[in-house]
Ligand binder design. Structure first.
Ligand SMILES: Nc1nc2c(ncn2[C@@H]2O[C@H](COP(=O)(O)OP(=O)(O)OP(=O)(O)O)[C@@H](O)[C@H]2O)c(=O)[nH]1
Length: 471
């Protein structure tokens, strides 16, 4: 009796999860409603431009522009002459594709027109589509929103897709792709299933506590599942800000004494003349920031004024700003020169520049220096070693998207995991089983919300705002 009860609950939970996904955006669950169209490739002159449609009038639109009675075979490219259905004006010779729903990106009937990428061709085809009854231009992110509404993507996958479109470095791309592949969503789904089982155990005990047919130790099994989940959530929350840093970029500050070669290093790492380099000490007076891709990680690199005392008010202000930069959270400080920057509690890489000026025996190096790297900005010697050391520091600060577990990439994820953990705490403290079961339901609700179930319109609006028209 107990096993049957559990199976039903697990199925119900799964069905509920899928229907929450469908209803979360308020969009229709089937291919009814309007048909949208947009240029899905980038703006501007290009070899090939892709125009997509999604919705029930996709088939009629495709037939109309190709002046054909039949649609091309599903998911197979065909070369067709496109016409404006109203003026009969030929527009282009293009590849067309037909994706009948639900086996399409959005889950609806979709068509694609791969046209030559000249602005006149693109605008001609868009105008022709605008003249087909039932079609209207798509809004930003509307294709993806429809995919979400039809359960084709979970919310974490939608976020992964948005991140992939915006990814500028290899590590960002890797993290986004993993999220788009559903790793984070799957993890949450597994955790939610663990809670569904634990909840089923508790409810079974409430209903059939004294029943001989009830499996033994059901409450202990629920307790042990909750303990395991607490450990797993705790581990992810300890890493919580890494994934967010990987999305937004880590901060690397180059600090040190005047004339050490800080600006030379910033220019070398960013491969552009960001800062003025001069033999005169005290050249850099302010904090100069530039975004760079360091070993695949997105980084905001800061050049700073040389740290020294007894200088005029302007340079003193520069020194103060340099120290403030070093004190930012999540900062890696590449300190060029022999002393540690005062007051910095951040991760520190000590780099000794101008190694080309050292004697070949290295006898002019202080033997009591802490661990350091040698570099010459002039010759480039030691640069590979510095980049590798920075890669390791950044992987520690941002998480490693190549080998590590799926990262939490948004404050929203952190919020729901904290809420889930909090509810598990209430479960343990609950004085009766009904309250314990309710705490498990709340905990599971947080995980469901994380992947998009029961999401509110406002959250969806924020997430879909990241998309461009045509995606
Ligand atoms: N020989 C040698 N000279 C270097 C090297 N790196 C930088 N320099 C020179 O050192 C001088 C100072 O370089 P900067 O990069 O302006 O030094 P800085 O630390 O930014 O200086 P401040 O603005 O005073 O803080 C310049 O003349 C550079 O050409 C190096 O590796 N070897």
């Amino acid at each position: 009796m107990w096993r049957v009860l559990w199976t039903l609950q697990a199925r119900e939970a799964h069905g509920l999860f899928r229907s929450c996904l469908r209803h979360a955006s308020g969009a229709p669950a089937s291919g009814s409603g309007t048909t949208i169209f947009a240029l899905s490739s980038g703006q501007g002159r290009c070899g090939v431009a892709v125009i997509r449609t999604s919705g029930p009038a996709s088939g009629p639109a495709l037939r109309s522009l190709t002046a054909a009675r039949d649609l091309p075979p599903a998911r197979s490219a065909r070369l067709r002459l496109l016409h404006d259905p109203r003026s009969k004006e030929p527009l282009d010779r293009a590849l067309v594709l037909w994706f009948p729903g639900p086996q399409s990106f959005t889950g609806e009937d979709c068509a694609e027109f791969h046209v030559h990428g000249g602005p006149a061709v693109v605008s001609g085809v868009l105008q022709a589509l605008g003249g087909v009854p039932g079609l209207r231009p798509a809004e930003a992110g509307e294709f993806t929103r429809r995919a979400f509404a039809h359960g084709k993507l979970s919310l974490t996958e939608v976020e992964g897709l948005a991140d992939l479109i915006h990814a500028e470095t290899e590590a960002q791309r890797r993290q986004a792709l993993r999220q788009l592949d559903g790793e984070l969503g799957q993890l949450c789904h597994n955790w939610a299933e663990t809670l569904t089982k634990a909840l089923a155990h508790v409810e079974a005990y409430i209903d059939f506590g004294e029943d001989d047919n009830l499996e033994e130790n059901v409450l202990e099994q629920a307790d042990s599942a909750v303990r395991g989940l607490e450990v797993a959530l705790g581990a992810h929350l300890r890493d919580a800000r890494r994934g967010q840093r990987l999305r937004s970029g880590a901060h690397v500050v180059v600090a040190g004494p005047p004339n050490a070669g800080k600006s030379s290093l910033v220019n070398l790492l960013s491969r552009k003349p960001v800062s003025i380099v001069s033999p005169e000490p005290g050249t850099t007076r302010d904090v100069l920031e530039t975004p760079v891709d360091l070993a695949g990680f997105p980084v905001l690199l800061s050049d700073t004024a040389g740290l020294r005392e007894g200088v005029g008010p302007v340079e003193q202000e520069g020194v103060r700003r340099a120290r403030v930069s070093c004190d930012f959270l999540d900062t890696v400080v590449a300190h060029v020169g022999a002393q540690s920057p005062n007051g910095s509690s951040q991760r520190l890489l000590l780099v000794l520049n101008k190694m080309d000026l050292l004697s070949s025996e290295g006898t002019d190096l202080n033997p009591h220096l802490p661990p350091h790297l040698l570099l010459s900005c002039l010759t480039g010697e030691g640069l590979d070693g510095l980049l590798e050391a920075l890669r390791k520091e950044l992987a520690a600060v941002c998480g490693d998207p190549f080998t590590g577990p799926p990262l939490l990439t948004r404050a929203r994820h952190q919020h729901h995991l904290e809420g889930c953990l909090d509810a598990l705490g209430h479960y343990k403290e609950a004085r009766d089983l009904a309250l314990a079961a309710e705490a498990l339901r709340i905990a599971r609700g947080h995980l469901t919300h994380l992947t998009g179930g029961g999401g509110t319109e406002e959250i969806l609006d924020v997430i879909f705002r990241d998309f461009c028209v045509g995606k």
